[in-house]
Design a protein around this ligand. Structure first.
Ligand SMILES: [Zn+2]
Length: 110
C-alpha cells in the first residue's frame, strides 16, 4: 500500500496506484504524488497525535458550551466566576491545540 498526496488540495490517501481523480477535489491523477517512505512515516507517526489534539479542541469547545450554560443559569457570583474562568482557560487550550496542528500541517505531519 502506498500513500499519495493530491498537490491541488493536500488530501492524502492509501492506494496501490494513484486514483484517477482526487476524492476531495477531483484533481486528475497527474496532480497526485507518491509520498516517500520518510514523508509517509511522518503522516502515520503523527496521525494519533493529530487525533488527540482534535479531541482536545472538541473537549475545550464542550467546556465553553457548558460554561456558557452555567453563566446563563447565573446561580451565584461564585458559579459565574468558575464558568468565566473556564471559558478563558478552555479558549487557550483550544488555541494551543490548533496552533500545534497548524505546525504539523506545515511540517507535512498531516
Ligand atoms: Zn485534491
Amino acid at each position: 500500500m502506498n500513500l499519495f498526496k493530491c498537490t491541488a488540495c493536500g488530501f492524502v490517501y492509501e492506494a496501490d496506484e494513484a486514483l484517477d481523480f482526487c476524492p476531495k477535489c477531483g484533481a486528475p491523477k497527474e496532480k497526485h504524488v507518491l509520498l516517500s517512505e520518510e514523508d509517509a512515516n511522518k503522516i502515520y507517526a503523527s496521525d494519533e497525535s493529530n487525533d488527540l489534539h482534535m479531541e482536545l479542541v472538541n473537549l475545550a469547545a464542550t467546556m465553553i458550551d457548558l460554561s456558557e450554560a452555567g453563566i446563563e443559569i447565573g446561580l451565584d457570583p461564585g458559579c459565574i466566576d468558575v464558568f468565566e474562568k473556564t471559558i478563558k482557560m478552555a479558549w487557550e487550550i483550544k488555541n494551543l491545540a490548533k496552533a500545534e496542528l497548524g505546525i504539523h500541517m506545515t511540517k507535512g505531519k498531516w
